[in-house]
Design a protein around this ligand. Sequence first.
Ligand code: LCS
Length: 394
Amino acid sequence: MKHGNKLGINSRLIHAGEFENPLGSATVPIYQTSTFIFENADHGAKCFSGEDDGYIYTRIGNPTIHALETLVADLESGTDGIATSSGMAAVNTIYMALLSRGDHMISSAAVYGPSRVVMEQHWSRFGVESTYVNTASLDEIKAAIKPNTKMLYVETPANPTMDITDLRACAELAHANNMVLVVDNTFCSPYLQRPLEMGADVVFHSMTKFLNGHADIVAGIILTRDKSLGARLRSMMVTLGCNMDPHQAYMVIRGIKTLGIRIERSQLSAAKVAVYLENHPKVAWVRYPGLPSHPQHELASKQMSGYGSMISFELKGGFEAGKILMDNVKLAILAVSLGGVETLIQHPASMTHSKVSAEAKKKAGITDGLVRYSVGIEDVDDLISDLEQGLALV
Ligand code: LCS
């Protein structure tokens, strides 16, 4: 990084990240290779021993992927970035690297469905215990701590309830109790929230969402601010083989360049859509961190630099009414995922969170009627007209 950390975030989105550039290319080249040539046998041995930092094999490291890893590490104020094939690959790399048989983790009850389901259904088979609480309440977290608790895992804002967890307070609590704080920062991206700066030990993203931003790539990344923790996580990713592909890395680097302008535009529209929905007579409630009615609006204002573009709401007619709306919007796309330039609408209870048990969904506040809306960068008047015509049919 030739400019250091002094540049503003919009400049760093475009110029941060390290890559070797012998030909002076203006963008990061795609090193589409599985393996790298050694100068001689001694050089090969030195690359493997770590004496030489030359590239060996793309699962272990690749210049295009390295450019992305150093770029996102810079944006998140981390020392290490470890790119993964998907957000779920990042989740499982973290669980496997940092939890062992007999360990216990505490997680936000409202998290992306599979992040919870993989722990409850699979990591439990290897002797890892987990408890799910409302991490917006420090008392609930404290009550769940056991002698073998090693990890506090939070998603904020949470998918899909938009609950906000106090990251600074969680970091303090985790460190006082010998736990690592892991934060899923997917809903914010480093543009709006940087958990490592607030004391988190590990941050990760589904880069499928805001960072890439164009609904054409599935990708993940893990960030830390501790070199030895970074080395443990990298070694696990390499061993599991859930590395990114160089072309995928190139696409995400390309998407990140416009992260700032995409977020600024979509969150401006989200604020207007949230107010429109809150004032609509057929809407029961709206959860958007920027609305004063959000229970943690003040906390959101303290730890996020903007309120993002994710909205959850429920219609007075519950699930049946939500279904009519989802089937009748014409501009918003009925699809899972989020954080892209296109507006998406989906039903968490039957889609993204369908594998979470009914009881767990209830406890986490994922009601049957909850509709999730990811605001893109279309004209906001068109989005509101689209909702208006859909709501008229409810
Ligand atoms: N964390 C969060 C907060 C997510 O929203 C997702 C995916 C993941 C992790 C997993 O990332 P992936 O492997 O898909 O890259 N969320 C999705 C969603 O809400 N709809 O479809 C996928």
